[in-house]
Ligand binder design. Structure first.
Ligand code: HEM
Length: 536
């Protein structure tokens, strides 16, 4: 049967699963055979052992034994909803992305919000960055944005990520989190000063968002937008909250919120038809502007510890996001949703940002572990393209979309069509030169400019006091004085005022600055002499 399955074979169609109710249902074993009562077991007499032939009991217990899949290794606590994206200000001059090609063009979306470090049952009001992931189901495939609520990140060397995350998780021996023992938390940060910008944001007034609904989103990484002539620009993508305000919670008030406050707040708002909305906005730079940004302002577009100033690179609105539908089944629709920065569509490409490049690999890899090789076939992840999508992937566990009798190789008898390449790779990615190098970033004076501006221009007196209280309070559980001395040395590089206030609050005299410090994770480009710098 080259052209399809045998006509007499009728498989069950699961497409109505979300509409499941108890009406007119019959209790059965998993193979569909009616069974009289769910609580019954078969045994040898009233007091005898159970029988191996009792498929009903074994079916029940063995499925229960397998109910848990691995939780996400980071961003395990989260919730989400569905809705739509509408393009309001098309940008065909910048990108050939189908979804951004016409005003009014829409596609279904799902969004998942999350905290980062905690487990699946952890508190929504943790002092932690927040994840903000969007799956756009466009006519030309699924496009994912996997963003955070802060524009910068702790690191710019991807190999640091597992180390850094380990220091945010439970201690291997005590099994305590950094709330009870913050020693390794500050040990990492004090050895990797490029984290300082994100540390300032995290311990400032913006460290605990009040709920998902009132958050901003930032891609953080630079992407490339490519138009149909293969001209390209660098782009930063922002997701701007339209709920009127961006709400945060003070440390002392955070305990008064329920552990699931953000989850409930989002769900309730959607049930009340108070649909949360965001706008999608972009900043762009031509490759020439990016070179100038480096020469003039030392902005490296591949370094996500830095931002692009809005005054020089203004935001442009491209569309709106609305969440108007709660999940019917949390596990199927939110736990099983699988985002990746490498789920891209024609018209957008990754930049050379090394952290982004690593993430392109890491997400599909973890999905294969967490959900299985056919994770893209799960209903919430499956693409809904305008054409009938086909490929040569076959089999593996739970292959629901196994493509019938269609040849599993490039067949000359029954060929499938292939679209011509639209991206001129040479023009879009042809500007890389050089030989292999072992790369690790270096701390530079510019790394402290944005944190300093936060302290001097953004934080008012109250915010400064709260910041010192938040940091020194967290450091109370750090058992190594040397680590605090180092971190104060890093803060002194931002501002003498911060360091002096922290010294007072912790009663520990910190280092005078970082120029003579050696780091186990970072080259010190601020070392006092070239010899010392080379010694790092
Ligand atoms: C989740 C890896 C940096 C945003 C995850 C997951 C992994 C991961 C393995 C779990 C995914 C899953 O199980 O579904 C990494 C690595 C990074 C990195 C290796 C750096 C080398 C970042 C950065 C951002 C980010 C810089 C934001 C700008 C997120 C978000 C999620 C996530 C939002 C949750 C996705 C969801 O809602 O399902 N990351 N990550 N990550 N990551 Fe990262």
């Amino acid at each position: 049967h080259i052209n399809g399955q045998h006509p007499s074979v009728k498989y069950r169609d699961y497409s109505d699963d979300r509409k499941a109710t108890s009406d007119e249902t019959v209790y059965t074993t998993s193979n569909g055979a009616p069974y009289p009562h769910p609580y019954e077991t078969q045994r040898v007499g009233e007091n005898g052992p159970l029988l191996l032939q009792d498929f009903h009991l074994i079916d029940l217990l063995s499925h229960f034994d397998r109910e848990r899949i691995p939780e996400r290794v980071v961003h395990a606590k989260g919730s989400g909803a569905h809705g739509y994206f509408r393009c309001t200000n098309p940008i065909p001059e910048l990108t050939s992305m189908d979804i951004l090609s016409e005003a009014g063009k829409e596609c279904p979306i799902s969004i998942r919000f999350s905290t980062v470090g905690g487990e699946s049952g952890s508190h929504d009001q943790a002092r932690d960055p927040r994840g903000f992931s969007i799956k756009f189901r466009t006519d030309e495939g699924n496009w994912d944005i996997v963003a955070n609520n802060t524009p910068v990140f702790f690191l710019r060397d991807p190999a640091k990520f597992p180390h850094f995350i380990h220091t945010q998780k439970r201690h291997p021996s005590t099994h305590l989190t950094h709330m009870d023992d913050s020693t390794v938390f500050w040990d990492y940060l004090s050895q990797n000063p490029e984290s300082i910008h994100q540390v300032m944001v995290l311990f400032g007034d913006r460290g605990i968002p009040q709920s998902w609904r009132f958050m901003q989103g930032y891609y953080g990484h630079t992407m490339k937008l490519i138009n149909k002539n293969n001209d390209w620009v660098y782009a930063q993508i922002h997701i701007k909250n339209q709920q009127g305000e961006v709400k945060f919670v003070k440390q002392e008030d955070s305990a008064s919120y329920s552990a699931d406050h953000s989850t409930k707040d989002l769900y309730d708002a959607i049930e009340k038809e108070d649909y949360p909305k965001w706008t999608l906005e972009i900043q762009t730079m031509t490759p020439q502007e990016a070179e100038k940004a480096w020469e003039e302002d030392k902005i490296n577009v591949f370094d996500l510890t830095h931002v692009w100033p809005h005054s020089k690179y203004p935001l442009k609105k491209v569309g709106e996001l609305v969440l108007n539908e709660n999940p019917v089944n949390y596990f199927a629709e939110i736990e099983q949703i699988a985002f990746s920065p490498s789920h891209l569509v024609p018209g957008i490409e990754p930049s050379a940002d090394p952290v982004l490049q690593s993430r392109l690999f890491s997400y599909p890899d973890t999905h294969r572990h967490r959900l299985g090789a056919n994770y893209q076939q799960l209903p919430v992840n499956a693409p809904r393209t305008k054409y009938r999508a086909a490929n040569f992937q076959r089999d593996g566990p739970m292959a629901f979309f196994n493509q019938g009798a269609r040849p599993n190789y490039i067949s000359s008898i029954e060929p499938i069509s292939m679209r011509e390449r639209t991206v001129d790779l040479d023009k879009v990615h042809g500007h890389f030169i050089g030989q292999a190098v072992a790369f690790m970033s270096e701390i530079r004076p510019e790394d402290f400019n944005a944190p300093r501006a936060l302290w001097e221009k953004v934080f008012d007196d109250g915010a400064k006091e709260r910041f010192i209280k938040n940091v020194s309070g967290h450091m109370e559980n750090c058992s190594e004085e040397e680590i605090i001395k180092r971190q104060i040395g890093i803060f002194r590089e931002v501002s003498d005022d911060i360091a002096t206030r922290l010294e007072k609050a912790t009663d520990i005299k910190g280092y005078p600055g970082i120029k003579d410090m050696k780091f186990n994770g970072t080259h010190n480009g601020m070392a006092s002499s070239p010899e010392k710098r080379n010694a790092n």
